[in-house]
Write a new protein. Structure first.
Length: 227
């Protein structure tokens, strides 16, 4: 009888813990989704409002920023995790390798902006709000979610190389489009200002940053999953 009571108590304790975890997850999802889509729409409105090119070109430029593409990935990921967790895309985004890759991209967005780009201009008003959300608040929230809730046992160091496909394709796209239209989304890949040698060197350092942060995330994951 005592054993039965103990088993029942353990069942209810585990159930209560799972319910609390699900509620906390749901709150995290909701916060990131609301802030993410708000920041993206606000930035789209602002870039159109202050455009220096035609409307179609302005919209293409908007989607040509790694920051925007990464934050769209973040918003889509957490939207499905929040609203459609059992759907095809919900299961896809719940994969710890996928979430870790998105976390890696988000961290790079935050690091590059706050270490380099933040000092190149001083946005105010609505633009400052959009900038802080896209480059600071959301990357921090994504990292917190990854640290607290993402299972890490399946992460392997070999996962880093598939994670490099997205930024590599992005770089090739940016350089090709820049050669045709003269627009480069970031100053450190601006061939017009720096030339190809300097841009390729900068790109090499960016690859090293992705490798380092990716390795760090997997290393942290292995340490946490072994405890």
């Amino acid at each position: 009888m005592d054993l039965l009571i103990l088993l029942v108590l353990n069942f209810y304790i585990l159930k209560n813990m799972q319910e609390k975890s699900l509620k906390l997850n749901s709150r995290f999802f909701a916060i990131i989704v609301v802030l993410g889509w708000f920041a993206l729409l606000l930035q789209l409105y602002l870039i159109i409002l202050h455009r220096v090119a035609s409307l179609p070109e302005t919209i293409v430029r908007f989607f040509s920023f790694f920051t925007i593409q990464t934050n769209i990935l973040v918003a889509l990921c957490f939207t499905f995790l929040w609203l459609k967790p059992k759907s095809k895309w919900g299961l896809f985004f719940s994969n710890s390798k996928i979430v870790t890759a998105i976390t890696l991209y988000s961290i790079i967005v935050g690091l590059v902006y706050n270490a380099i780009l933040r000092f190149l201009w001083a946005p105010t008003g609505s633009q400052k709000i959009a900038d802080e959300l896209l480059h600071l608040v959301i990357p921090i929230l994504v990292l917190i979610y990854w640290t607290l809730f993402v299972p890490k046992k399946t992460l392997e160091f070999k996962n880093i190389f598939p994670w490099l496909i997205f930024p590599s394709v992005y770089l090739v796209y940016s350089l090709i489009r820049g050669a045709f239209f003269g627009f480069y989304p970031y100053p450190f890949i601006d061939v017009i200002l720096l030339g190809y040698n300097k841009v390729l060197l900068n790109s090499f350092f960016m690859v090293l940053a992705f490798l380092f942060i990716g390795t760090l995330l997997i290393g942290i994951g292995k340490i946490k999953s072994s405890n």
